[in-house]
Design a protein around this ligand. Structure first.
Ligand code: BTN
Length: 252
């Protein structure tokens, strides 16, 4: 690992009882100062937790893990950029598998973590500059650990991993932070691990591109992380994560 000493991780975690969003707090911090080492912001509850495309991330007190890790010195590296969200989803899934060995976590392209067809975790990544122009990567992670009740609009698509969970949230958090930081300073990718856990490969899906939707079958996760699908007319089409707003798994 570069110049960063892994044992210092725990010194660089800031806890908040209630906050709007750890992801937004990370950006506010970076507006004021530049960091040399990773910093994690954790909230017991978020009032404005959000995900990709401005969607809400429901973050009630105590029953979930909501945090953002600021990783300084993000070097724009094309191959790493494309695979980043995929890799992070695998890194987190592997830690969850250790803590919940009887659960079979699946990944919905790009980086939602599912259990039994319901979303249990979401990941958002933002690249954010310091005032001196150097870049930081902010990885925001929300995990529904024991959340038993969701607002109506989510109740048919989200669940908690285990509503009776007694998992040690701090241990889980530290493991995830360690693995993310290790990945950040490495050159490893996890495409095959990703494909093995895919929720969508071989399934009928609906893709939303702006206002347009496309019915297709998910065929392949390409080596650059793009998704290739087969349309009803047999045409193959490949999409990047930036193009697609939503992938919906069709229930038939
Ligand atoms: C998604 O589902 O699209 C991603 C959800 C990411 C949620 C986490 S919770 C901690 C951090 N703070 C936020 O506001 N969002 C991320």
């Amino acid at each position: 690992m570069d110049s960063y000493n892994r044992n210092k991780i725990t010194n660089n975690i800031h806890y908040f009882k209630r906050i709007d969003s750890t992801q937004e707090l990370a950006k506010r911090i970076l507006k004021k100062k530049s960091l040399k080492t990773p910093l994690t912001l954790v909230a017991d509850e978020q009032t404005k937790g959000h995900g990709r495309h401005g969607r809400d991330f429901y973050s009630p007190p105590t029953t979930g893990l909501y945090f953002s890790i600021i990783l300084p010195n993000w070097k724009k590296n094309l191959s790493k950029n494309e695979l980043l969200t995929i890799d992070i989803a695998v890194v987190i899934s592997k830690v969850l598998e250790n803590f919940f060995p009887d659960k079979s976590f699946k990944l919905k392209w790009v980086n939602d973590i599912y259990l039994k067809g319901f979303k249990v975790a979401g990941i958002i990544t933002d690249v954010y500059p310091n005032s001196n122009g150097s870049l930081n990567l902010i990885i925001g992670v929300g995990i529904n650990l024991s959340t038993a009740q969701f607002p109506n609009y989510l109740s048919y698509k989200a669940i908690g991993i285990n509503t009776k969970s007694t998992v040690d949230q701090n241990k889980l958090l530290i493991q995830i932070i360690k693995k993310i930081i290790k990945y950040y300073y490495s050159k490893k990718h996890f495409l095959n691990d990703y494909r093995k856990r895919s929720l969508i490969l071989g399934k009928n899906i609906t893709i939303q591109l702006g206002n347009k939707t496309i019915e297709s079958i998910a065929q392949k996760i390409e080596n650059n992380g793009y998704l290739t699908v087969k349309e009803k007319n047999g045409n193959l089409k490949t999409f990047s994560a930036g193009e697609i707003i939503r992938v919906r798994l069709n229930k038939h």
